[in-house]
Design a protein around this ligand. Structure first.
Ligand code: GUN
Length: 309
């Protein structure tokens, strides 16, 4: 690392890029719209299953439905009560698995505590698993099989790196967080042979001692640890690219809502050190929805291939 940070700080300040996730997502959405319009008759159809009335889930699903509509993807919403049994939820998924008119299925998380989320995600037919949470699709990711579905947030991160031409080959990527939905698949994607990929990946998590020792040596840091403003300036070297996956609510009496959204990065102090950084909101978040739409179109095309074979 640079022993005299002054010129590097100046350099990175001049060239620091705030990555606009809204802009990249809008580009993907318009590409998908063109593709969907080119399909002769049938339209891709995605089913959202929401259990209960959690306000964040209501809002996320609404956003996903609105985006689907913009593209020309048909969406259906099945709302089930909080009290639903695991068996009844699995039955609802079985029906959707068997329904030829449904190409993609998404069960919105979090689910009530009495439901085993992993069983639910694994019950979705892997060919309709537009969330990419199913064990089969996670396995396909490890086997580097293109026809599988990749979890939308990691897929969005990869798309950001690709479209922003951020080199990953030979770079040291540090992933903070080991979740099945973000941390693990993001690391696996960057480890893959190919571009973006070919990176050296270190996974760190809440039990990693002296975490800064790893983050200070990173070329790219993916932060998905779920703690507001966790990554601080002393943990980051100048010129690092930072992808912030966190979405946390911090109480803020100046806001009408009573809160403001912050990521897992102490943005104001860290951003001036970076070569590129994703903000919160407006960074990775919109990409997740765009990649869900991309996965839905992929599921639709897959269904056409299988129905003709
Ligand atoms: N809850 C928050 N984000 C997601 C997501 O990407 N997929 C699902 N199924 N639930 C979520």
């Amino acid at each position: 690392m640079n022993s005299s940070p002054f010129p590097v700080v100046l350099f990175s300040k001049l060239f620091m890029e705030v990555i606009d996730g809204n802009e990249i997502a809008a580009q993907i959405i318009s590409e998908l719209k063109v593709e969907v319009n080119s399909f002769s008759q049938e339209r891709p159809t995605v089913l959202f299953i929401r259990v209960g009335e959690d306000p964040a889930s209501v809002s996320y699903v609404r956003k996903k439905q609105n985006t689907a509509k913009k593209i020309g993807i048909t969406s259906q919403l099945l709302v089930l009560p909080d009290s639903i049994t695991q068996e009844d939820l699995l039955d609802a998924i079985s029906k959707a698995n068997a329904d030829q008119e449904i190409h993609g299925i998404l069960v919105q998380a979090p689910l009530p505590a009495h439901i085993d989320e992993r069983k639910v995600f694994n019950h979705v037919n892997p060919t309709k698993d537009v969330d990419g949470f199913n064990a089969t699709n996670l396995g396909k990711l490890c086997q580097e099989m293109e026809e599988g579905f990749t979890s939308c947030t990691p897929a969005g991160i990869l798309e950001i790196l690709k479209r922003k031409k951020i080199v990953t080959e030979g770079k040291h990527v540090v992933v903070l967080g080991r979740s099945l939905i973000v941390g693990k698949p993001a690391g696996m994607l960057l480890l893959r042979k190919g571009i973006p990929g070919n990176a050296t990946v270190t996974f760190c998590h809440s039990r990693t001692p002296d975490l800064a020792k790893f983050t200070q040596k990173a070329d790219i840091i993916i932060v998905a640890i779920g703690k507001p403003q966790f990554l601080t300036a002393d943990m980051v070297s100048t010129g690092t690219t930072i992808i912030d996956v966190g979405i946390n609510r911090l109480a803020d009496s100046a806001k009408k809502s009573g809160f403001r959204l912050v990521g897992d990065v102490d943005y104001d102090k860290v951003a001036p050190l970076c070569s590129a950084i994703t903000p919160v909101p407006g960074g990775v978040g919109p990409m997740t929805v765009a990649m869900l739409m991309s996965n839905t179109v992929k599921a639709f095309k897959l269904s056409l291939e299988t129905s003709y074979s």
